[in-house]
Write a new protein. Structure first.
Length: 314
């Protein structure tokens, strides 16, 4: 994982993020600023942010933008014994295994085919951006949400961000997979107003679909509830993949636990498929259709029959 904590020359806690979205409407209550942290221990088959898996900066390649000018190859060769890029007969090749993410090629690319993801930023810098929209948070009941990736993979940075926001009177929300040591909960709970807790698959299929089993995640959920932090379940559902009866029954049972304030169904979409290609990865659900209103209605009806509590759509 990324070094944590990291301190810059001014003594500020820093971390690695991929993006920051202002005026976000689906990452907790009200109008929010959502910060996407880099690094995640899961590898979900439906992930629409695969660029957040690695804790390190990366280079993304969009083949359709490439003009085969070979500027990237020249720039890379100038700083590396072996260029990661090669252009032969109008075809661009990218040896990702040899890439150090120095991003020299990104600067040299005139067409925007090569782009960088992942940058180091201080918690104080992010707070300055968050505070620009303070009046919108006050009017809508919004605030700051940390997402990813997995924010708990950078615990010191996450704690610093949430602490600064709380000190500034900003509502704080943590969007987490729950796959992190239970001890981190005691560090984050005092500065977290709401947890958006991902519940992704049944226990029997969790490792197959996400790369990890459910044991540590269930323990973390117990810890958040014991700490008294309100928890809203976020449940990505993919038709024919993880919408089985066992998983839906598990969601319904969890929804009735004290401290669970609601359930958000997150219908599958393929909008992130392009990111997999830009990272040189094969998208495993390319043939799976988006979940439409009919699928969501079926899921909601099944959960209601199972006496699920406060089911909405994220």
């Amino acid at each position: 994982m990324a070094p944590d904590p990291a301190i810059d020359a001014m003594g500020r806690t820093t971390g690695t993020i991929t993006d920051l979205h202002r005026a976000a409407l689906h990452d907790g209550p009200g109008i929010r600023t959502t910060v996407f942290l880099k690094g995640c221990p899961l590898a979900c088959a439906w992930c629409h942010n695969p660029e957040t898996w690695s804790p390190r900066p990366q280079v993304l390649y969009s083949a359709w933008k490439c003009t085969s000018c070979a500027g990237c190859a020249s720039a890379c060769a100038a700083v590396s014994p072996k260029s990661c890029h090669a252009v032969a007969e109008g075809t661009h090749g990218f040896d990702r295994a040899a890439c150090t993410s120095c991003q020299t090629c990104v600067t040299a690319c005139p067409s925007g085919a090569l782009t960088a993801t992942g940058r180091s930023v201080s918690a104080a810098e992010i707070l300055a951006t968050v505070l620009r929209d303070r009046r919108y948070y006050a009017a809508s009941g919004g605030g700051l949400t940390l997402s990813g990736g997995e924010p708990q993979a950078q615990p010191a940075f996450t704690r610093a961000l949430l602490t600064l926001a709380k000190e500034a009177g900003i509502h704080t929300c943590l969007d987490t997979s729950g796959h992190a040591p239970v001890r981190i909960v005691s560090e984050l709970a005092p500065v977290t107003d709401l947890v958006l807790f991902d519940w992704k698959a049944s226990a029997t299929r969790h490792r197959e679909l996400t790369g990890v089993d459910q044991t540590a995640i269930a323990a973390q959920l117990d810890a958040w509830l014991a700490a008294g932090v309100p928890v809203r379940l976020r449940c990505p559902l993919v038709p024919g993949i993880n919408d089985d009866d066992e998983h839906l029954a598990g969601i319904a049972a969890l929804s009735r636990r004290a401290g669970i304030v609601g359930v958000d169904l997150m219908p599958y979409h393929r909008l992130g498929g392009d990111k997999w290609a830009r990272l040189g990865l094969e998208y495993p659900l390319a043939q799976v259709a988006d979940a439409g209103p009919d699928a969501v209605a079926r899921w909601r009806e099944r959960l209601q029959r199972l006496d699920a509590v406060a089911v909405g759509e994220g």
